[in-house]
Write a protein that binds this ligand. Structure first.
Ligand code: SF4
Ligand code: SF4
Ligand code: SF4
Length: 318
């Protein structure tokens, strides 16, 4: 019996699954993003919002659609497809062509200057307010830094997390903020949106992010080491993603405690401890990558809608 069940499961995992239930999540994302695109373009009269949010939402929905429907061994390409579609658009089109400094310093500068440009909008929606609905999905489906980091060899961390090293991200955040405040209030250098200076900031910031990310990944044998310890963006995301309406959950009735979900989690989340406490995955380190959901042999993990929050970060440390 067990033999036939295994054979049937393997057969199922080798095929596309185009069942209706797999269309729900991509459809939810399409509705959210296109709703936002239509609302903003009607409210402001700026047609670009329609294109921008429509494009991003459609790209993310395509990624989720592939994760839901592709054979198991190819599912990771769903997320990568979305990362490449959105990451290249934001970095090359909005960044290099449009000269929008999407690095965190660009956001701080525009915020101080009161200019409501693409970078301000991007941070407010993707990294501050958006996580109230879909947690840190930005980090899995759209980040142009992770677009490269996820192609490196260490898809699963080879060792557990280093305790307290994540403090560096807060230092980076406050250093960036201090630098911008110094330029703005002490040196009184004016910020020209979409200027060549903005372009230099963008190029410099990205060179720093990519080189630090790649060095850390190889040194710690962990593609997401940069995300865990150095990147300042989660300082924003970790506040609002705590309250995310969409979070993943283990169904205790289906779970057989095999531990595979924790083994494959790129962010070292202790999923089973959340199950023991009858909680959804409340960790703000969960980046919503879906790896645990499709690697679970019992299909016990799914995305759920609910209202909750918790301060306990249950993570696997060395
Ligand atoms: S933590 Fe930073 S580098 Fe990593 S995916 Fe999120 S925004 Fe990108
Ligand atoms: S992979 Fe699935 S069955 Fe195994 S421990 Fe995790 S939730 Fe339970
Ligand atoms: S808990 Fe699951 S969805 Fe969250 S980061 Fe880990 S593997 Fe990805």
């Amino acid at each position: 019996m067990e033999h036939y069940e295994k054979k049937w499961n393997n057969k199922r995992e080798d095929k596309w699954d185009l069942s209706l239930k797999n269309m729900i999540l991509p459809a939810v994302f399409l509705v959210i993003f296109w709703g936002l695109a239509i609302f903003l373009s009607l409210q402001t009269g700026v047609g670009f919002y329609l294109f921008n949010f429509g494009y991003i939402g459609t790209s993310v929905a395509i990624g989720i659609f592939f994760i839901q429907t592709l054979p198991k061994k190819h599912k990771a390409w769903g997320r990568r497809t979305s990362q490449i579609l959105v990451g290249c658009y934001m970095l090359f089109f909005l960044g290099f062509v449009g000269r929008e400094n999407m690095q965190i310093e660009g956001f701080f500068m525009l915020f101080l200057s009161g200019v409501f440009a693409a970078a301000t909008m991007h941070y407010l929606i993707a990294k501050i307010a958006g996580p109230l609905i879909f947690g840190r999905a930005w980090c899995s489906y759209t980040c142009w830094t992770a677009m490269i980091l996820d192609l490196l060899p260490y898809k699963q961390p080879q060792q557990k997390r280093i305790r307290y090293l994540g403090i560096i991200r807060y230092l980076y955040f406050f250093l960036s903020l201090s630098l911008v405040l110094l330029i703005w209030y002490v040196l009184k250098v004016p910020v020209e949106p979409q200027s060549t200076t903005e372009l230099y900031w963008l190029v410099g910031g990205n060179i720093l992010f990519y080189s630090a990310g790649i060095v850390l990944a190889y040194h710690l044998k962990d593609n997401r080491a940069f995300c865990k310890y150095l990147c300042p963006i989660p300082v924003f995301q970790k506040i609002t993603s705590r309250f995310a309406l969409l979070k993943i959950k283990i169904d205790p009735a289906k779970c057989i405690d095999c531990g595979k979900c924790e083994k494959v989690c790129p962010m070292d989340v202790k999923l089973l401890e959340y199950k023991i406490h009858d909680q959804r995955i409340l960790s703000t380190e969960c980046i919503w990558c879906s790896t645990c959901t499709y690697e679970c042999p019992k299909a016990a993990i799914s995305v759920t809608l609910g209202l909750d929050a918790g301060i306990a970060e249950r993570l696997n440390y060395r």
